[in-house]
Design a protein. Structure first.
Length: 364
């Protein structure tokens, strides 16, 4: 096996582990917040016909105007705001990091913790000073005083406010968020609404109040995780600067064609989200009936639970996997997530199987 010269790789990269995606073969997959529903058969056939007409030998139209128009209508993006597309939200986060990074200067990113891991990872990849503000331990709400103090101390170029938050699932208080947004007026604030279809709340209509505010979303949770498409809306002046960092043709023609087609049938996606929200209510009620299990309030398509000290999250996670159900063990991700498990809400059948596997694992 050929050996690489490790001196050419940055030390902080060498010290990291790669983002781990576990093998879910043969398992009920409830670890990645995916929509369990596919398109109806009739729409699948129409989509296949539509995709057959795509010119795979040509680059995408650089403006992506048709897709942006479809997203604007679907997401109710204000007419005076611009849109930038990404190969998933991950790329948009990377673009933000690249745009603010400055050689030989300390540039700070603020984010709540625990939260989406890519805020921190992207910051580290781009030589940024990532400062994480711990959420309040009792209910995972924002520590507004700590956030404002950090803003005053570090003068962050970028602040992330997920709405709802992953992995906790809760919606942060609107007044608390507004306080932070107003305090961070000299930097960029990103409200990450990846789980908006299940929260039914948004900051999109408030973009006009803040020139430094961006609202970021993804189509992944709608049921299109496989096409990798994220989008971000904000002031034309800010979007135009960030767009300079975006790679040309970053969204491929099949993604563009698929998203444009499916968004014409947004009612189907809305019905699927409604079914997931209904199952969320049922699953959370069933979990709350289990002894030694604390269920946290959620506005997403997943729920976070904490096991009492009578149980070990590692053992329960392993017990559920042995029974054919894969969830996410969060117990080592952050100190505030001790003994926590995150469970994606799925179909009634898969949710029932999950509840059965969890109860059996607790009884081991």
């Amino acid at each position: 096996m050929t050996q690489i010269n490790h001196t050419v790789i940055r030390p902080e990269i060498l010290s990291m582990g790669a983002y781990h995606v576990p093998d879910a073969s043969g398992l009920i997959k409830l670890d990645a917040m995916e929509n369990p529903y596919t398109l109806p058969e009739g729409l699948k056939t129409q989509l296949a016909t539509h995709l057959a007409q795509v010119a795979l030998n040509r680059y995408p139209v650089p403006s992506y105007s048709a897709l942006k128009d479809a997203l604007r209508e679907y997401a109710h993006i204000p007419a005076d705001k611009d849109i930038m597309l990404g190969n998933g939200s991950d790329e948009l986060i990377a673009i933000l990091s690249q745009a603010i990074s400055k050689p030989n200067e300390t540039v700070t990113v603020l984010a709540p913790a625990p939260s989406f891991v890519m805020y921190k990872m992207s910051g580290l990849f781009n030589h940024l000073n990532v400062v994480e503000i711990a959420l309040n331990a009792d209910d995972f709400s924002l520590d507004v005083a700590a956030f404002v103090a950090a803003i005053e101390q570090y003068k962050p170029a970028l602040v992330y406010l997920p709405f709802p938050n992953n992995p906790t699932g809760n919606l942060f208080d609107a007044s608390a968020m507004r306080t932070i947004i107003e305090a961070a007026k000299d930097g960029i604030v990103v409200v990450d609404e990846a789980y908006q279809p299940f929260a039914l709340d948004t900051w999109m209509s408030q973009l006009g109040e803040f020139d430094n505010l961006l609202v970021m979303r993804t189509v992944s949770k709608l049921g299109l995780a496989g096409i990798r498409l994220g989008y971000m809306a904000g002031s034309p002046a800010l979007i135009s600067e960030l767009d300079k960092v975006r790679p040309p043709y970053n969204v491929n023609v099949l993604t563009e064609a698929t998203a444009t087609f499916v968004l014409k049938h947004a009612d189907v996606l809305a019905q699927q989200a409604e079914r997931i929200r209904a199952e969320r209510t049922r699953v959370c009620a069933a979990l709350a009936q289990m002894s030694d299990v604390r269920v946290y309030e959620t506005a997403a398509n997943f729920v976070l639970v904490r096991l009492s000290e009578a149980y070990d999250a590692d053992a329960v996670f392993a017990g559920m996997r042995e029974r054919g159900v894969l969830i996410k063990n969060m117990s080592h991700a952050h100190a505030l997530l001790h003994n926590c498990l995150r469970i994606t809400i799925s179909t009634p059948e898969e949710n029932t199987a999950m509840l059965t596997a969890l109860q059996a694992a607790l009884n081991d």
